[in-house]
Design a protein. Sequence first.
Length: 95
Amino acid sequence: MSTYKLKLTTEKESELVDITARVKRCVAADGTKDGICSVFSQSPDAGLSTSSAIAPVPSISVPIVDGRLMLGSGQGLFLAEASGPQDRSVLVTVY
């Protein structure tokens, strides 16, 4: 099990920031072939979502199969900012 801390700065009061590529790099760096990737927003006013149409939540778990995140077609991982601009931290745990 490994935990990575993603740091980012949002630019607008309300926005979606695509963090998919950064989370995929964490999974690749860990080397886990089959497992779970848990993504957690460390802020009460910035959540996570897999698309722009879904309400944000504090954490998301995504299966890892053959070293790849099993996101559906058109899905990604997004930080949903609600009171920016702010410095934000997101924890990515791979196990």
